[in-house]
Design a protein. Sequence first.
Length: 314
Amino acid sequence: MKRVSIIIPCFNQGQYLAEAVESVLSQTRPPQEIIIVDDGSIDNTAEVAARFRGVRYFFQKNSGPSAARNTGLRHATGDYTLFLDADDILLPSAIEHCLSAFSSQPGVAFAFGGCRLVDSARRLISEELPQPHADHFEGLLRGGNHIKMHGTVMYDANILKSAGGFDESLRGCEDYELYLRLAKNHPVAVYPQISAEYRRHNNNATHNVPMMARTASIVLSRYAAIARTSPNWRAAYADGKRYWRGFYGRQIVASLAAEWVGPRRLDKLALLLVAGLRYDRGFILRFVQGLALRLSRRFMQASSALRRRSTHLL
């Protein structure tokens, strides 16, 4: 029987860690090992990990998500590896769905499926179904990262180790970089089921919009020369540049408009302004429109509150 390793990197996510481990222990097809990599946490991560007998625990000084995953990979003994962030959840049949995908398409580097987006209390926000592509490398170049959640991805451990694991120079988009690197040289499998819950909260790394915009640009630019070797890849690369500019440009505008009418921390305002001007050509127009919209909403809320107060006084 093929061995499966589940690796859970954790940095100050002790409040969620138990749910993540329990979701792995509840699998219809249990893994052969569970590894927790504590990436220098100063919360109760170690105490939570100690509650679970048989779970392997490793501590390292804070080095980022790529380094934590690579640490787990070095200690893992499985034929297949799945990385579950400590604040996310595997649904009961996740491992079973992944292994079925590998069985149906031998030789793939990784298999991925769909996920549910949930809030911090695991209330459903939306469902993200997997997107199959005839050429996954082209798809990843063209439309950003169509693999919506890393916890749905299971890797062939030998292929992953041979490729060098995660790029530890990246503090964001490290999963996107790995998908591109593997999909360029290996087939990829897709399974149609939803297999995990992606918890959205204010401490997600994706909330650091300037950092994510910068690293997405860095990752995509690594494939500029390769993209020029194929007309389809060249077109996909151009589409990808436009996609990432628009995607993070809109997020930067939203964050900047919220900061402008909110606490107005000058350091954050400056960071967002620089990022917007650098990554989004339509930034100024987007910003003015976003700011006007937020100010309009605030005016309407204030007017409504004033009317209610006036009615009460009468």
